[in-house]
Design a binder for this molecule. Structure first.
Ligand code: AMP
Ligand code: MG
Length: 336
């Protein structure tokens, strides 16, 4: 397939991409979280193309992206808590799961009676949805199972030749996918942590639970189908190291043919060629921005047999960094 590449230079530059979406094609585009791979959310064939291009299991639903919160009522059954939360966090990096209306095809939601709704704040995403005049169904624009794309080079690597167009809008602001919550009248359940944090959401509801799959290995019936699949995995196996500085430095000094993902403060204490920092130890936002690039940086290297990553903080957006990292490691955490 010939893939058109569009460098964003303003609203006009998105016209060909909007046309592709209206005609049933699929386009990778930047958002404030990660790059998404989008198509018309009302067209089951467009959704089918997204699953095929990514190699994504068909029961792992897509998120429906809207230009305006006011449009949500057309596609799902909203309630009061939704609008209170939407007022605070939309547009922004939050997806809310609600009962879907008929209009949304079954394959968009992987056969579920619910739909994930998100209103991105990224200018390119918002203009693309407005210009297309349609809701855009989109998962992350990576090949299924691989780390999510946070820069144009990532989508070029994964999807060139597999989709109709790629839009270059620079690096993503947050670097981790949207927070996903399920809401009932009185309760919020966090299904995936992101830049809208537990701390922020708990101001809106007395009862907020974090699904066990966020922090532990999935076992049972998934609330968000994405929870059961291997995610974010680099080519090389990954282990998360949980320990004090000294123990971690000693362990890494004894270990050969390894790559390391660490913090800025560690760089002076760890030798070797393949040592990458995802940011200062106390800056979870920076770590979120860089995590997927760090994971991708090791792909194709021949000199290493295993990547070791330092355990991040779990507060604020740190919970999202922790969640993506342990999932990328297949929950292989080694205590030192
Ligand atoms: P991605 O952005 O690639 O991570 O894919 C979207 C994620 O949203 C998937 O992991 C899904 O499990 C989740 N999701 C989308 N729609 C729903 C839904 N109706 N119920 C639960 N989870 C959903
Ligand atoms: Mg994804």
């Amino acid at each position: 397939m010939n893939t058109i590449k569009i460098h964003y230079t303003g609203r006009e530059s998105l016209l060909p991409a909007a046309e592709i979406i209206r005609e049933g094609g699929i386009v990778a585009f930047p958002t404030e979280t990660v790059y998404g791979l989008g198509g018309n959310a009302l067209d089951p064939r467009a959704a089918g193309k997204i699953y095929a291009a990514k190699g994504r299991p068909s029961d792992n639903p897509l998120i429906v992206h809207l230009a305006d919160v006011a449009d949500a009522e057309k596609y799902c059954h909203t309630d009061r808590l939704f609008f209170r939360i939407a007022e605070a966090f939309m547009p922004g990096p939050l997806t809310v799961i609600l009962p879907k209306k008929e209009l949304i095809p079954d394959n968009v939601t992987g056969g579920l009676p619910t739909v994930g709704i998100r209103v991105p704040s990224h200018r390119v995403a918002n203009e693309l949805i407005s210009l297309a005049g349609l809701p855009i169904a989109a998962p992350s624009a990576n090949l299924s199972g691989k780390p999510s794309p946070t820069s144009f080079s990532h989508i070029e690597h994964d999807l060139d030749g597999r989709v109709d167009a790629l839009i270059d809008g620079g690096d993503c602001e947050f670097g981790v996918e949207s927070t996903i919550i399920r809401i009932t009248e009185e309760e919020i359940v966090l299904l995936r942590p992101g830049a809208v944090t537990v701390e922020m959401l708990s101001l809106f509801c007395d009862k907020l639970t974090v699904d066990r799959a966020v922090t532990g290995k999935f076992d049972g019936v998934p609330l968000a189908p994405g929870m059961k699949y291997r995610h974010y995995a680099p080519d090389c196996p990954l282990t998360v190291l949980d320990g004090e500085n000294r123990a971690v430095y000693d362990f890494l000094a004894r270990t050969s043919r390894r790559g390391v993902i660490c913090f800025d403060e560690d760089l002076a204490h760890i030798d070797g060629e393949y040592v990458y920092s995802c940011g200062p130890v106390g800056d979870s936002l920076k770590q979120a921005q860089r995590l997927f690039s760090c994971l991708r940086a090791f792909d194709g290297l021949r000199g290493i047999d295993r990547i070791y990553a330092r355990m991040p903080s779990r507060s604020g957006i740190g919970l999202a960094v922790f969640n993506r990292l342990v999932k990328a490691a297949g929950f292989d955490v080694r205590r030192l």
